[in-house]
Unconditional design. Structure first.
Length: 112
C-alpha cells in the first residue's frame, strides 16, 4: 500500500526503502577505511585497480601530506569520493595486496 503525505509531498514507501542514517554512516566509514588502505599501496598496484582520475589524484596527493590535520581532511575527502564507487570489486581485486602498513621506526638519536 502506497500512501502519500500531502504535507511533505513524498511517498512514505519510498522513505522506508532508504537506508537509515546509521547504515549510511557505516558505509561512509567503510569507504574511508578502504581509502586509507589505498594510500599505503604501491603505485603499480594502485594503477591496476582502475580508479577514477579524481580519486587516484587524491590518493597520490595524500601520500605527500605530512601534517596530521591535513592528512585527516584528505582521508575524509578520499572517503567522500569512494562513496560513489562500488567497493566490492575493488576489495576483491585488492585481495592479498592490501597488507597492513609497516610501523614507523624512530630515528636514532632522537628523544620523543
Amino acid at each position: 500500500m502506497q500512501t502519500t503525505d500531502p504535507d511533505l509531498d513524498i511517498d512514505t514507501d519510498e522513505a522506508d526503502e532508504r537506508p537509515s542514517k546509521s547504515a549510511r554512516k557505516r558505509a561512509a566509514h567503510a569507504a574511508q577505511a578502504f581509502g586509507e588502505k589505498l594510500i599505503t599501496l604501491r603505485e603499480a598496484d594502485l594503477v591496476k585497480l582502475g580508479l577514477p582520475e579524481p580519486l587516484l589524484a587524491a590518493v597520490r596527493e595524500a601520500r605527500g601530506i605530512r601534517a596530521r590535520g591535513g592528512l585527516a581532511r584528505q582521508k575524509q575527502y578520499i572517503g567522500k569520493l569512494m562513496r560513489d564507487i562500488d567497493l566490492a570489486p575493488l576489495e576483491k581485486a585488492l585481495g592479498p595486496v592490501a597488507a597492513p602498513p609497516r610501523p614507523r621506526r624512530a630515528k636514532p638519536g632522537r628523544m620523543r
